[in-house]
Design a protein around this ligand. Sequence first.
Ligand SMILES: Nc1ncnc2c1ncn2[C@@H]1O[C@H](COP(=O)(O)OP(=O)(O)O)[C@@H](O)[C@H]1O
Ligand SMILES: [Mg+2]
Length: 374
Amino acid sequence: MSGTSMDGIDASLVDFSEKKPNLVTSYYEPFPESIVSKIRKLSNPANLISLEQLGQLDNQLGHLYAQAVSSLLKKTSFTTQDILAIGCHGQTIHHAPALNHPFSLQIGDPNLIAEKTGITTITDFRRRDIALGGQGAPLVPAFHKEFFSEPSENRIILNIGGIANITLLPKTQNEKVSGFDTGPGNTLMDYWIQTCLNNPFDEDGNWADSGICQDDLLETMLNDPYFLTPPPKSTGKEYFSSEWLTNKIAGKQYLPEDIQATLCHLTVRSISEAIQKSPITPDRLLVCGGGIHNQLLIKLLSNELPCPVNSTQCFGLDPAQVEAVAFAWLARQTFKGLPGNITDVTGASRPVILGGIYPGKDDSFLNKLKKNLD
Ligand SMILES: Nc1ncnc2c1ncn2[C@@H]1O[C@H](COP(=O)(O)OP(=O)(O)O)[C@@H](O)[C@H]1O
Ligand SMILES: [Mg+2]
């Protein structure tokens, strides 16, 4: 998994032999600075980029994903023969499900991953859902349901990556599971501190904590149509971009740290208001994604919400690995011939098997699959 924060690759080895998926081990490989700047350039709609640049980055990322899998396996006693498949989300370059001709583009050549590792690789999870009129996102709710559902309480799972998304898990089995992107998670805070202080992110939210939230600016931001649109909905960095922020602050004078404080409040308020408008009253919020380390953000969120706020770690899964494990699970759904989307989340016209399969070196992989999954 590598997300919109463009920080690096989270690789996780997951054992599905028991009822509950078990995270065996994980490995994190930060992206080299040269790769980060290329992804940033390609994913900024204001930039004109060449097909050659796109193709080359697709190739480079394919190598990096394959390398991350090899490094992960080196931490264990397993070999490639022990691994049934790789689920690879790819790096999102552009997510535009609302266009006349909707699309979502993830890159990182799966042919290379399958060839370099020898392991069958599944990618391109989003586009089948889009082909059925869906958003293609978020896709993690089906896994959240599988892993975190609890008959004794209404739960909401919150992932704070570059973008934030929630999954609503009602305690009653016959109530619908839903979910959507609430808006920016870390992306605008990351952008602002990178621009002003040249830091990759606001460690523990300390810089935001040194500023004062500007209520007029916060209200202007919260009036953005994205927050007012009912679900299904999904978004990305191409919408909550540097231009978005520039437009909101245009013509006003604010201290840089006050803007950072306001952006932190924006993430919190957009999440808490989405939860308040949702059809369930949560008994508990479980948080995952890198934003969990932003102490100010978590403190503000806890103050806004009427229920306990916990890390997913308290319920058996490292918050840094939830998305990576989710894509391993989604790959397994594909192999089992089962849908990975939830239509109440994405808006697709039916549940569907997601992704494309790129066979590994062992060309009897279908037989191997059948044996493993019978
Ligand atoms: N100690 C920390 N303090 C504040 N924010 C942090 C900290 N560690 C990570 N983050 C945030 O988490 C982000 C990475 O989160 P991640 O879940 O990997 O997002 P994505 O899925 O978009 O890649 C970083 O860009 C940063 O904003
Ligand atoms: Mg990340």
